[in-house]
Design a protein around this ligand. Structure first.
Ligand code: SAM
Length: 210
């Protein structure tokens, strides 16, 4: 676990309510759109990497998905989702505090049908971190499984919450995932922060080949 990163994110989630975060979405509509293109059953495994305090988990529960895993480096972040959901709904989710750049528990996951990452990969600036992310993804995802990734686009911000980011487009993400993954869909999407300022993202959907 990268302790300084954990502290960084814990401090942010301690200081702000979920809806004050610059990346907050009341309804994660782009993730929902791409998920709707995935042909999966409700009992298949969906992993939200760097879930933070995101409402995507709430959406999945309300839609009846029964095999949800939410993971983040910040336990404080995940606790915000748990509190919002309440005990009964929170018990339907598997919660994992782990660092995607030095994973211990996520590394053991298998048969993931959907790997969902909104605004996490772009924080991994070191090649070693990106390699670990990719190898964990490849170990965990089942054949025919899906990958939904959203990052700041090439037109997007160069920093988020005080950290530098790496900007991507769909071609860079295709190159990153490699030839085992087929690009099914992608689009640019402008997220508006609570301040009203725009944040351009690129969203991609890949499928792992059989
Ligand atoms: C910009 S937020 C996005 C949160 C959420 N995906 C969303 O869309 O609301 C980035 C998230 O990634 C998490 N994160 C950052 N680095 C991480 C790492 N190395 N491993 C796991 N989570 C990480 C942070 O704690 C934070 O919750």
């Amino acid at each position: 676990m990268n302790d300084s990163m954990k502290e960084h994110w814990d401090e942010i989630y301690e200081a702000l309510d979920a809806d004050e975060l610059t990346w907050y979405e009341e309804i994660p509509e782009s993730s929902i759109k791409l998920l709707s293109e995935c042909r999966i059953n409700k009992d298949e495994s969906i992993l939200d990497v760097g879930a933070g305090a995101s409402t995507f988990v709430d959406y999945l529960i309300n839609q009846g998905f029964s095999n949800i895993i939410a993971t983040d480096i910040s336990e404080i972040a995940l606790n915000k989702i748990k509190e919002r959901l309440g005990k009964e709904k929170a018990s339907l989710v598997r919660w994992i505090v782990d660092d995607i750049t030095q994973p211990i528990h996520i590394r053991n996951l298998r048969d993931i049908a959907v790997w969902h990452d909104r605004a996490v990969l772009h924080f991994l600036l070191e090649e070693d971190q990106q390699k670990m992310y990719l190898s964990t993804l490849k170990r965990g995802i089942k054949k025919g499984g899906y990958v939904i990734i959203a990052t700041f686009s090439l037109k997007g911000a160069k920093k988020c919450s005080g950290l530098n980011v790496k900007n991507y487009d769909q071609n860079m993400l295709a190159e990153f995932l490699g030839e085992d993954f087929s690009l099914l869909d992608y689009f640019d999407y402008t997220h508006y922060m609570p301040s009203g300022q725009p944040r351009p993202y690129v969203y991609v959907l890949f499928q792992r080949l059989e």
